[in-house]
Design a protein. Structure first.
Lengths: 330, 505
């Protein structure tokens, strides 16, 4: 038995917008992801050259050396539009709140050894600055990139990095009794501790990269695949007796990395597969930034894991292997 | 900044936002932030930036997700129950056509523009606020597309909104407005969009469309409106903080900011002409007249705002009194233009009926009966005689606002206002002193304008005949254009309401 409510069925004149019908045919309705994404950036008949960069239009195919016949080809396998993105993050954040309460109530950090707290202060908290740098890069790609299929997920990613920088900061506030001293210290560590300087140099160098897809490659295959993979997936031993607490407090970051990678892998793969020229360019960029990231991450893994840089090497090898699996020649 | 005391809310928020930022040393700051000095704005101390709102990402995701769940539940229900049949009249759909082709693409431009300032302003507190506005603006275009998508399934004229926005003659008015802001430096963008548009003018743009939806039974669009309200409030607080911050930072900023306020007020006033026309002519159930809206939201509210800003030396925007005088004319002059060019518009036009004419006479006692009512009555007579008036000439456009030269001299509604100037041996034309001044301040910028009429004459718009050009615009001739009466939209509306129409007759 089923209950059937009768509704009036009016035959629509068309199923979707013309620009979508031209791509997929007249006869099917389009998803909200597609209607909210495809072709919504202006492409022609611009009025003025930017005062700040008169060599390009504000939306300009020339801002990257890689070329696509259609920048709406690298779609987001997660099909995020604003609503689904926020709902996903809101759900992930429910776990963050639960985990923070859990760790706090059980005093898991309060009871942790001073060695573990020292490692968190020196090794985990400064990472908030790397997230902030990543936020700058993803905002840059959003403003500089071409086509909403790629640029919209970039502002999502930028906000994710801000959110993760804030979660990391809250770990510090939990340690320092909400006084902020640990965050001031962490900034000093980021600015002057020798073990962080190659990392800081790497992210500062990325800030001045003007080819937006080059920057994208640096961020997702260099920074994400090496650093975040190392810190959020392979650094448990660094936090010693606080490892479980850190795993709980950074669950968002770990889940985020899997989510982000699903998208960014697909973008890299699609753009590289477009042409031999694209593949060669992206391969060169990927190799360069992965190698740099390993060099920068080695002192961190040495200091935190006492492994002489082995975990950084492993993360780099995994990043290269992944790059190869995406069709890059690395 | 920190000590042994627990952080207050403000300090905590600063740790979680601007505290993340650092002065780069491996790359020079001027190379990391290459765009924030050429405009001449002087910032002595970014740490004086007051965060206009304190929203960490965990709260942002939570609030926004909650709003989206509610909004999409209403959109689904509206579609499932054929809410489009319950609007006040089929004519109302034309308001949504204007909105999706003329306004929504500008939400997108704002999204990318705030991503630009969210990356390139040197102050991290300001960047965070800009990034939130960037993602909000993406929300707005996406939810607007999703809201109006259902109407697109039944009504003509919006099926190719993105292409139309890039190509259609009158849509170059909003497009060039936002292209102008996007191609300005980051501080001018913040004044143009953050302050002039979002703060001074939003009640005259966003609100009339949403109130119009409420009055005309469009539950889906008005729900979007309510849902976007708290975003808009945040955007307004950012807009006001930006202008105060710039004016407080250095006295040299005042003349620069004043020039931008003058420019963007005038450009905004010109752009709002389409909203004026929508309110006075296109809403089957009227909310209020444009003149009333202008008096409340600009003369009163705007006046109070500028009084508040007077302590920084900022003055009311130049030509504000002319704009106020024009509020008695602009909606009529615009609707007359679209009536004559109905074949070239992607929405339908119609002549106001007697009841509507009386409403206009009542709302515009100084101007309507004297200048405009006779025109509509004459056109009505001509249409009755089978001689519906079409204007087939291509019109001259203002080089700055790109509106056809249809506006009249201040104080003389019987004379078209023309201004012109020479630059590099070429002659340029303007609709007003306001637009002419804007050109003279930045001629190198405005000579670049992609003017739709000139482009047609140059052969860049699909061909030499009107049907060829309209085809290039993406129109379906005879469906998307011409009068509402006799249109497929009207036919469908009447089918839906056949029973009621029969009962009434």
């Amino acid at each position: 038995m089923s209950v059937q409510i009768k509704t009036i069925n009016l035959e629509p004149k068309r199923q979707t917008f013309s620009h979508i019908a031209r791509r997929f045919g007249e006869d099917k309705p389009a998803s909200r992801y597609l209607e909210g994404t495809l072709d919504i950036q202006a492409t022609e008949n611009f009025h003025y050259k930017p005062l700040w960069e008169p060599e390009y239009w504000h939306y300009d195919l020339g801002k990257s050396a890689v070329k696509m016949a259609d920048w709406y080809k690298p779609l987001d396998p997660r099909q995020y539009y604003y609503a689904t993105y926020n709902i996903s993050r809101s759900n992930m954040n429910t776990a963050v709140e639960r985990n923070f309460t859990f760790v706090e109530e059980r005093g898991m950090l309060a009871k942790a050894s001073s060695g573990a707290i020292g490692a968190i202060k020196r090794g985990l908290l400064p990472l908030r600055h790397l997230h902030w740098g990543s936020n700058m890069n993803m905002s840059e790609i959003c403003q500089r990139g071409y086509g909403t299929a790629v640029t919209a997920p970039c502002i999502f990613s930028a906000m994710d990095h801000l959110g993760m920088a804030q979660i990391n900061s809250r770990v510090g506030l939990m340690i320092d009794g909400q006084t902020g001293t640990s965050l001031d210290e962490a900034k000093q560590t980021w600015l002057s501790d020798p073990m962080w300087q190659e990392t800081r140099k790497l992210i500062e160098d990325s800030f001045v990269e003007r080819d937006w897809f080059h920057l994208y490659t640096a961020q997702v295959l260099g920074v994400n695949a090496v650093f975040y993979n190392l810190f959020y997936k392979n650094a448990d031993a660094a936090w010693t007796d606080a490892a479980t607490a850190v795993a709980l407090l950074t669950e968002f970051q770990s889940d985020w990395l899997a989510d982000e990678t699903r998208w960014s892998d697909s973008v890299i793969k699609t753009v590289a597969a477009e042409s031999e020229e694209n593949k060669a360019l992206i391969s060169g960029w990927a190799k360069n930034w992965i190698v740099r990231a390993v060099v920068a991450a080695k002192p961190l893994s040495s200091a935190l894991l006492g492994d002489n840089g082995a975990a950084a090497e492993t993360a780099g090898a995994a990043a290269l292997k992944k790059a190869a699996s995406l069709g890059l020649a690395v | 900044m920190s000590g042994t005391k627990k952080l207050g809310l403000r300090q905590r928020y600063e740790h979680l936002t601007r505290g993340l930022d650092w002065e780069t040393t491996y790359q020079p700051m001027d190379k990391v932030f290459p765009y924030d000095e050429f405009e001449g704005i002087k910032i002595k101390d970014w740490s004086a930036w007051e965060d206009p709102f304190r929203l960490t990402m965990d709260s942002y995701w939570k609030f926004q997700a909650e709003k989206e769940r509610k909004l999409y539940a209403v959109l689904d229900s509206f579609a499932q129950n054929n809410g489009q049949t319950g609007i006040s009249d089929g004519r109302y759909a034309n308001v949504l056509k204007l909105f999706l082709t003329g306004i929504s693409p500008e939400e997108y431009q704002a999204h990318r523009g705030f991503a630009f300032t969210g990356r390139h302003l040197r102050g991290a507190g300001a960047r965070v606020a800009c990034q939130m506005q960037s993602i909000d603006e993406l929300r707005h275009i996406q939810t607007q597309i999703h809201t109006i998508s259902h109407f697109n399934k039944y009504f003509n004229g919006i099926h190719d909104f993105s292409k139309m926005h890039d190509r259609v003659w009158y849509l170059s008015v909003p497009k060039s407005f936002f292209d102008d802001a996007r191609t300005s430096g980051p501080f001018e963008f913040m004044i143009a969009i953050g302050f002039a548009f979002e703060y001074v003018l939003t009640n005259l743009l966003f609100v009339p469309f949403m109130s119009g939806a409420a009055y005309n039974g469009d539950m889906s669009t008005v729900t979007f409106g309510f849902s976007a309200q708290s975003d808009e409030s945040r955007h307004m607080t950012l807009g006001i903080e930006v202008i105060k911050f710039l004016l407080e930072q250095h006295p040299d900023n005042l003349p620069i900011v004043q020039k931008w306020v003058d420019k963007w007020f005038w450009r905004g006033h010109r752009l709002l002409g389409i909203v004026a026309m929508m309110m006075d002519y296109m809403l089957p159930k009227k909310v209020m007249s444009w003149k009333e809206a202008w008096d409340i939201y600009f003369v009163e509210a705007g006046g109070a705002l500028f009084q508040d800003l007077a302590r920084y030396g900022l003055k009311m925007p130049k030509y504000h009194e002319i704009a106020t005088a024009e509020a008695e004319h602009v909606s009529h002059q615009n609707w007359c233009t679209f009536y004559q060019y109905t074949h070239a518009a992607n929405f339908h036009t119609w002549l106001p009926d007697n009841e509507h004419l009386d409403w206009l006479s009542e709302k515009y006692p100084n101007t309507f009966d004297k200048y405009y009512r006779p025109r509509f009555e004459m056109w009505g007579q001509m249409a009755k005689e089978g001689k519906r008036f079409y204007n087939n000439a291509l019109v001259q456009l203002c080089q700055v606002c790109q509106i056809p030269m249809v506006y009249t001299e201040p104080g003389d509604p019987n004379t078209i206002c023309f201004r012109e100037t020479q630059f590099n041996g070429q002659r340029y034309h303007f609709c007003s002193d306001g637009c002419s001044d804007i050109f003279k301040n930045e001629p190198e910028k405005y000579v670049q304008a992609w003017l739709p009429v000139q482009q047609i004459f140059q052969g860049n718009c699909g061909g030499a005949t009107i049907p060829e050009v309209l085809d290039w615009y993406g129109y379906k001739f005879g469906e998307d254009n011409f009068d509402y009466v006799g249109s497929p939209d009207e036919k469908l509306w009447n089918e839906w309401h056949a029973d009621k129409i029969k009962a009434a007759s």
